[in-house]
Design a protein around this ligand. Sequence first.
Ligand SMILES: O=P(O)(O)OC[C@H]1O[C@@H](O)[C@H](O)[C@@H](O)[C@@H]1O
Length: 319
Amino acid sequence: MDRSNKPSAIGVGASLPQPTLSIKDNVVEASLPTGQSVTVHLYGATVTSWKTGGQEQLFVSEKSHLDGSKPIRGGIPVVFPVFGPPPQNHATSSLPQHGFARNSNWEFLGKSSSEAPGRDSDQTDLTVKLDFGLSHSMLTDEFRAAWPYEFGLVYSVTLTTNSLETALQVRNEGQQNFEFKVLMHTYLSIADISDIRVKGLESKTYVDKTLQGTSHTESSPALAITQETDRVYQQLDPAVPIVVASAKDDQPLFSITREALTDVVVWNPWIEKAKGMADFGPDEAYKNMICVEAGSVSAWQTLEAGEAWEGGQSIKSRL
Ligand SMILES: O=P(O)(O)OC[C@H]1O[C@@H](O)[C@H](O)[C@@H](O)[C@@H]1O
């Protein structure tokens, strides 16, 4: 993402407290000396917690399975190489909904720290980056048979004092081209769904999955969520933030910019769908989440043999 990292200056870096890292039971946690923290489960390389200002910023369902038996319901599951139910007669047809990345065991590749320019011009902020990898040989036999391409994924989760960045690099390490879709299925934690608006979508075309996939144009500059919502907004400028703002005072709660991810899904299951999901709870928790999912899902990306693709998001929180 757009950060001018620079190595620690000798003497300055040495005096700074360093980020801490813990790895236990397939869960990786890192924190900054300024108090922010991030937690990532190797299952799915799913970010399950991002704390800043002493508060959790991501929603995770209380009934979520954390034992690797099902994708984690909350945090930031990675959707790859297909979004939604796979189409018929496609290379992804035998995969489960949203692909295999969120239900595979990734490996932790390591941590790196750097200094980035701070909020004040004479300050530098420490950041910590955690890298995770998944490749063809690490998949279950079932997934390998269902999608027989030689690929490599590197997923980087970067914690800064005021943002969380997630970036995915996709490499085609085989001899044949493959097609993929990708999405960062981010469940943001909010106090009350009636008190937020989603901004930055006005005049954009979206496919409404609750209305048989019909196409519409967004008329609202500040979208209120008042019912089941499942929309794929398309052809957005990734540099223009999608902002989740307070309906009371219009203050931004989250601001999301993207790189190479031109679609954004806005999803809230609302009352009946929330009750219908066995791993979603409590029932009323649909009020405490909004998914704003940065992705490339409205068309397939073709990756030629030997080529690589990279995309990501940066989420800034008010705190
Ligand atoms: O239940 P899943 O597989 O995690 O999917 C949750 C939702 O994910 C969203 O990205 C889709 O647009 C929805 O259609 C879907 O219901």
